[in-house]
Design a protein around this ligand. Structure first.
Ligand SMILES: Nc1nc2c(c(=O)[nH]1)N[C@H]1C(S)=C(S)[C@@H](COP(=O)(O)O)O[C@H]1N2
Ligand SMILES: [Mo]
Length: 241
């Protein structure tokens, strides 16, 4: 949004993923003896994030360009057997979706730049899944509904969108990233992808969608990040016309 300051770590966000760097050092040292190399760099980063509950694992570089964030130390793995997405709040028909239910709905592929406020980005990343708008429509949003609150099966992260933002066709309940099922480390089996906003809006390990009468600020938003996380002009894909 014009005039709105970029919610970056230097400026707006008071909670330092960087402040506690020393703790990451300790966590990484503890991991050095563990056999994570077998699982590759991604596995290592995922494992490191289990130790590093501060989210500082995000500061570790990765050849694919992504960094890995979790605000909690341990996140249960979910798959076809136990994944569930509940839709409730100010809707006519609360529903629960299994992975099979979500796969059976029309799928949309969005290719967009992933931009974290910490200064890394991965351009032209494909995500695929169900439009959030379709899921909202399937439950019938009540006239008192104005916003959407997202919860996660990590038990801690939350996010929000206004209903207008949530109904955009480039906002997905994503099942695939880079044309593969979303890995656990990236928030699989289901994460949100909010293409026009900074990546903190894209909640990983999505488990709940609740329609509310006003925006309830999410985890980082309670800690200084902008509630409207629109990508700044400078961070929009420079190659795009
Ligand atoms: N559940 C959950 N979702 C989350 C986060 C998190 O810590 N927990 N971090 C956010 C931030 S700040 C970013 S940049 C992206 C990182 O996604 P990635 O780990 O797949 O790179 O997830 C976002 N969604
Ligand atoms: Mo981020």
């Amino acid at each position: 949004m014009a005039g709105q300051s970029k919610p970056d770590a230097e400026g707006g966000a008071p909670v330092g993923r960087r402040v506690l760097l020393g703790m990451l050092g300790a966590g990484a040292a503890a991991l050095a003896t563990a056999p994570y190399l077998q699982r590759g760099w991604e596995g290592f980063l995922g494992a490191a994030s289990q130790v590093d509950s501060t989210g500082l694992t995000g500061l570790l570089p990765n050849p694919g360009g992504f960094r890995y964030y979790s605000i909690v130390g341990s996140v249960p793995h979910k798959d076809d057997t136990d994944y569930a997405l509940t839709v409730g709040g100010l809707v006519a028909e609360p529903r629960t979706y299994t992975l099979a239910d979500l796969r059976a709905m029309p799928q949309t592929r969005v290719v967009a730049d992933v931009v974290c406020t910490d200064g890394w980005r991965v351009d032209d990343t494909p995500f695929e899944g169900v439009k959030l708008a379709d899921i909202l429509d399937a439950s019938g949003v009540r006239s008192s509904g104005a916003a959407v609150r997202f919860t996660c099966f990590d038990g801690a992260y939350t996010e929000s969108l206004t209903l207008e933002q949530a109904r955009r066709s480039d906002v997905l309940v994503a099942l695939k990233m880079q044309d593969e099922p979303i890995t656990h480390e990236h928030g699989g089996p289901v994460r949100l992808f909010v293409a026009p906003m900074y990546f903190y809006k894209s909640a990983k390990w999505l488990s709940g969608i609740s329609v509310t009468d006003k925006v309830v600020p999410g985890f980082w938003e309670e800690r200084g990040y902008a509630i409207d996380g629109w990508l700044d002009g400078a961070d929009r894909h420079s190659g795009a016309a």
